[in-house]
Design a protein around this ligand. Structure first.
Ligand code: SAM
Ligand code: SF4
Length: 470
């Protein structure tokens, strides 16, 4: 009988992808996905360290899992507990010291080692069970791997399993930019790009398995510089052109990109490759040059405005989302006003905004002039109100338009399907279940603050170009 594996994923799409890969490497040694931790033989917490209280959340979840492990042991079974992801990378030793019942701690670069770590942990658990049965103290069992190995893990991972018409494909990892607020360079390690041939082969397999939309993933996805089949380094633009050649691949997205890495070829790809999504997530963090400098972002607010102008010139239906941080150390009212001005100038269809959270070990955490929480709260509320107004206006402007929507989920009610518009808006519609997975042409008939409703015009291959709403 298969053993049951429950993975709880925190944080970004990269972690969602990594969780899938961990399930893939554990399938050959007999683990099948479970929906809940209760009946599971193994639980993995795939953690995120990007903002505060991440570690505390993990420790409180571990407390619950400890109880579950004890219940299972009392009933003659066992539960393997693993902590993966960026909290594991940053606080591995601390986790094993504070929660000695954890069996495995592994960083993001060690997933391909998971089967051997599980085998080791199963052996250790069996020895501990024998010791307990003989009234002897059980030896400590925690296995730790937070190395940044020289050999890239992707070469050792099996082809990812896919389900549904939309899939993530990781092409780049790590970061060398060292923004002063961010833990990623410390938890994910140095920047690394996969080779083009391996990425294209993986994309082909996904399309053969029914995938119509691929989202290319990387902490700095447009810093991609993988070795091409010609032996030269290819950028993201060239990679997108190659992927667009795959028959049946209707839409290509990428995330998360950095303004500094938007190069001429990527802009040209947005002009030339219809399958490339007209929706880009391009985080700017702040509209103040002084704060951008203190953040070590390497560009000004006007550099960012110019990049967007060039992208919109290349593709006039382009729409944007972004990430913002409010209350970075030293941020004044004038700095914050510059952020609001940038938001007004650009106009976002959707965005994420966060209060600055000091991350231990990062330069900004030790900066003077930390902004009081109450000021951060106020600024966050003001920024989110503006962003929400823009999102609602964009959604309203979509009413009456036609667009291609990938129907990738079943609705709550029978006869309903859900999909994502080119701009990532959730779209509801009445449609036969047989259309699941289709790219359907819809007319948008109404809009709410967070979603759209559409009527089917036709289910067909994607249009050469999807027009913007506003
Ligand atoms: N590489 C991307 C970039 O450069 O924009 C961002 C990746 S980061 C994993 C995702 C987002 O988390 C960032 O864009 C930033 O807005 C937010 N973030 C990162 N560190 C943060 C911190 N210390 N406090 C608040 N937000 C943070
Ligand atoms: Fe973090 Fe992105 Fe800056 Fe890298 S570029 S340090 S991932 S915010």
């Amino acid at each position: 009988m298969k053993k049951q594996l429950y993975i709880k994923t925190y944080g970004c799409q990269m972690n969602v992808y990594d969780s899938g890969r961990m399930a893939d490497v554990l399938a050959p040694i007999g683990y099948a996905p479970a929906e809940a931790p209760d009946g599971a033989d193994m639980v993995i917490l795939n953690t995120c360290h990007i903002r505060e209280k991440a570690a505390e959340k993990v420790f409180s979840e571990l407390g619950r899992l400890r109880n579950l492990k004890e219940e299972k042991r009392a009933a003659g079974g066992d539960l393997l507990i693993a902590v993966a992801g960026c909290v594991a990378q940053a606080e591995g030793e601390e986790i094993l010291a504070r929660a000695p019942y954890v069996d495995i701690v592994l960083g993001p670069q060690a997933y391909h080692k998971l089967p051997e770590m599980v085998a080791q942990a199963e052996r250790a658990a069996a020895q501990a069970a024998t010791a307990r049965a003989n009234g002897k103290p059980a030896p400590g069992q925690g296995i730790l791997n937070t190395d940044f190995p020289a050999e890239p893990k992707f070469d050792h991972l099996p082809a990812p399993s896919v389900s549904g018409p939309s899939a993530f494909l990781s092409i780049q990892e790590g970061c060398d930019k060292f923004c002063t607020f961010c833990v990623v360079p410390y938890t994910r390690g140095a920047e690394y790009s996969r080779g083009v041939a391996a990425i294209v082969a993986e994309a082909r397999q996904m399309v053969a398995a029914g995938v119509r939309e691929i989202t290319l993933l990387g902490q700095n996805v447009n810093a991609f510089h993988g070795e091409g089949p010609d032996g030269r380094e290819w950028g993201l633009g060239a990679l997108c052109r190659a992927l667009a050649e795959i028959d049946g691949l209707a839409r290509i997205r990428y995330t998360t990109s950095h303004p500094r890495d938007v190069d001429d070829d990527l802009i040209a790809a947005h002009r030339d490759v219809p399958a490339l999504s007209p929706f880009i997530h391009l985080p700017v963090q702040s509209g103040s040059d002084r704060i951008l400098r203190a953040m070590n972002r390497g560009h000004t607010a006007d550099d960012y405005r110019r990049i967007i102008d060039r992208l919109k010139t290349a593709r006039d239906d382009l729409a944007l989302s972004s990430d913002f941080i409010v209350g970075f150390p030293g941020e004044t009212d004038a700095d914050f006003a510059a952020t609001l001005k940038l938001v007004e100038d650009v106009g976002y269809v959707q965005a994420y905004s966060f209060k600055y959270s000091p991350r231990p070990g990062t330069p900004a955490a030790g900066m003077a002039n930390q902004v009081p929480e109450a000021v951060k709260d106020e600024r966050l509320a003001a920024l989110q109100a503006l962003l929400q107004t823009q999102q609602v206006a964009f959604n309203q402007a979509c009413v009456g338009r036609e667009m291609d929507v990938l129907l990738d989920r079943e609705g709550r009610q029978a006869g309903q399907l859900l999909g994502r518009s080119p701009y990532m808006q959730p779209v509801h519609m009445e449609a036969p279940a047989a259309l699941f997975g289709a790219l359907a042409r819809l007319r948008i008939v109404s809009a709410g603050p967070n979603s759209l409703r559409g009527e089917l015009i036709a289910a067909h291959p994607p249009q050469p170009k999807e027009r913007a709403c506003a």
